[in-house]
Design a protein around this ligand. Structure first.
Ligand SMILES: Nc1ncnc2c1ncn2[C@@H]1O[C@H](COP(=O)(O)OP(=O)(O)OP(=O)(O)O)[C@@H](O)[C@H]1O
Length: 332
């Protein structure tokens, strides 16, 4: 039985189809990531899977339980860590976890032992009696994750677990998530718009854009399928872009081309043979190349290949939300 299974899942908000007919399954023990830009439909999917939102049509099963008809059983078998931290900053770390344990109806005689073990796992034992207001962003996130583990869920959902954190803190969170996954043999479903996060953490990744899944595979297979090399070109003037692109397509060893404004990305199996031909064609068409680079494929290239555009690291929405929450706290 799959840990997560969706069949033609769809969610509309008025005219906006946030999630458009998506079907996928996640096997037990997998770390599975939904990778997509802001507004792709990641959070909406996760809210349906965690029973917080009803789908417009289609079906979703968690550990075999239907999110619509068996919502209570679904909630018992999942942990959910939201995008913004939900910890109370005027309580200590331990007090937050006690509150969380009570909300999850954990038997009284097990609460202390479970809290001790999750605190140790995320290395917050030393800080447990300090107010959360003194914690860094990364420590708050770790505490939030710990709260989601107390009832020992079979499937852990994490919505953008490292959004707004710096890269070192992000890497530390990845380390803890891998540790949690190994220790509890847990299925993890996460959403992210960070390529490196998907690449480093996930066994398989689903690329989602415009509410639809474009591809699902392991990061390694996705990169291998791109061909051996990626040639990124930026041209000065887009006037002859169409003829330039169609001539480039004819070059031997070029498997695929994506055009995004003045930026062209070529996926090729023999880049060093291709580059002189690119210069020949640009010279014939009187197109000025501003820059050209030959690299190995990354998950960024996979994303461009399937969606036709780059994923943008837009943390501004998150930062605005955080500022808003801060202002509310200051006013209170
Ligand atoms: N409650 C709502 N009412 C109307 N439209 C919504 C609502 N929630 C989401 N949407 C729209 O649905 C689409 C998908 O949004 P969703 O939040 O799922 O995307 P996302 O990939 O999680 O992006 P982000 O990382 O920015 O949260 C967007 O166009 C969004 O504006």
């Amino acid at each position: 039985m799959s840990a997560i299974e969706t069949k033609s899942l769809t969610k509309s908000f008025g005219n906006v189809i946030a999630v458009n007919d998506i079907s996928f399954s996640v096997e037990s023990g997998e770390i599975f990531g939904f990778l997509g830009p802001n507004g792709a439909g990641k959070s909406t999917t996760m809210m349906i899977l965690t029973t917080l939102l009803k789908p417009t049509s289609g079906q979703a099963l968690i550990s075999g339980f239907d999110v619509m008809t068996d919502a209570k059983k679904v909630r018992e078998s999942i942990g959910y860590v939201q995008q913004e931290t939900t910890v109370d900053e005027y309580l200590t770390g331990r007090e937050n976890l006690i509150l969380q344990a009570k909300l999850n109806h954990i038997p009284k005689n097990e609460i202390n032992q479970r809290i001790d073990s999750v605190l140790e796992l995320i290395e917050l034992t030393d800080k447990q009696h300090d107010s959360v207001v003194t914690y860094s962003g990364g420590m708050r996130k770790r505490l939030d994750i710990a709260g989601g583990l107390l009832h020992r869920p079979k499937v852990l959902f994490l919505d953008e677990p490292t959004v707004g954190l710096d890269i070192q803190t992000r890497r530390k969170i990845w380390k803890y998530l891998k540790k949690i996954h190994d220790e509890f043999e847990m299925t993890i479903f996460l959403t992210t718009h960070y390529m490196e996060e998907a690449d480093q953490l996930c066994d398989r990744v689903g690329i989602i854009d415009g509410g639809q899944i474009q591809v699902i595979d392991s990061p390694k297979n996705m990169k291998n399928a791109m061909g051996n090399e990626v040639i990124s070109i930026i041209i000065e003037d887009e006037e002859n872009l169409d003829s330039f692109s169609s001539e480039l397509q004819k070059i031997e060893f070029v498997n695929k081309i994506n055009v995004d404004g003045p930026k062209l990305t070529l996926f090729a199996s023999n880049g060093t043979e291709v580059i002189p031909k690119i210069f020949q064609i640009s010279s014939d068409l009187k197109i000025k190349i501003v820059s050209i680079a030959l690299t190995q494929p990354t998950l960024d290239d996979v994303f461009i290949s399937y969606t036709g555009h780059e994923i943008r690291d837009d943390d501004s929405k998150f930062n605005r939300k955080r500022e808003h929450a801060k202002m509310k706290r200051l006013r209170a």
